[in-house]
Design a protein around this ligand. Structure first.
Ligand code: SF4
Ligand code: SF4
Length: 197
């Protein structure tokens, strides 16, 4: 049985279709081995999936721990790989907001930073970091606390730089941060329950 492989090409660096075919041919085994280039006959459509920038990823595993749909796994070298990109829920960019390195891109996103537009970098904010710690229930390595969705804070209150948990008193029930986290987690729960598929 033939071995399948996927390659990535920087289309912006190619001058023509012939240029692309020549580059692809370079991936085939030399000396008449197995392999061929073929035209896809199955219908194709736009697909929503994450792309990891390996120059930024530190393999911390936050995306893997956060995702409910088994998109990510570690390989034998401990690297985090989106092994099942088609499990990703169309329209969900949550892990790109959670990634501490801004290493996850969704090419079809309307948000330039999430789509990886040149000159942009997705910066996780306090709401996104709290979303990760609330979802996973993990202890924050910086403040040592576990974040709960009910931890309320006003936007101006000091928060832990790592987990976004409000520090000290000054709790306000109308926190936009809290509402944003609740909405994001609710939408993930609905997706996990099969709604919107
Ligand atoms: S959260 Fe970001 S840095 Fe961490 S493993 Fe995932 S892609 Fe890499
Ligand atoms: S966007 Fe959502 S469903 Fe897709 S990989 Fe990230 S957390 Fe999982």
């Amino acid at each position: 049985m033939g071995r399948e492989a996927t390659f990535c090409l920087d289309l912006g660096a190619l001058a023509s279709v012939d240029d692309a075919l020549e580059t692809l041919a370079g991936f085939l085994p030399q000396g008449g081995g197995e392999g061929e280039l073929r035209e896809l006959t199955e219908p194709t459509a736009e697909r929503w999936y994450p792309v990891l920038d390996c120059s930024r990823c530190t393999f911390c595993g936050h995306c893997l721990q956060f995702c409910l749909f088994g998109v990510y796994e570690r390989d034998e070298q401990g690297r985090v790989i989106p092994v099942k990109p088609d499990n990703c829920k169309p329209g969900c960019p949550a892990c790109s907001r959670v990634c501490p390195q801004g290493a996850i891109i969704f090419p079809l996103s309307d948000e330039p930073a999430i789509a990886g537009a040149p000159g942009t970098l997705m910066q996780p904010d306090a709401a996104a970091r709290r979303m990760y710690y609330v979802r996973t229930g993990l202890n924050c390595p910086v403040c040592g606390e576990v974040s709960e969705a009910g931890d309320l804070s006003s936007r101006d209150a000091p928060v832990c730089e790592e987990c976004g948990r409000p520090l000290g008193p000054g709790i306000a029930a109308d926190s936009p941060v809290h509402a944003e986290i609740d909405a994001l987690i609710d939408s993930l729960d609905r997706m996990a329950g099969g709604e919107g598929e």
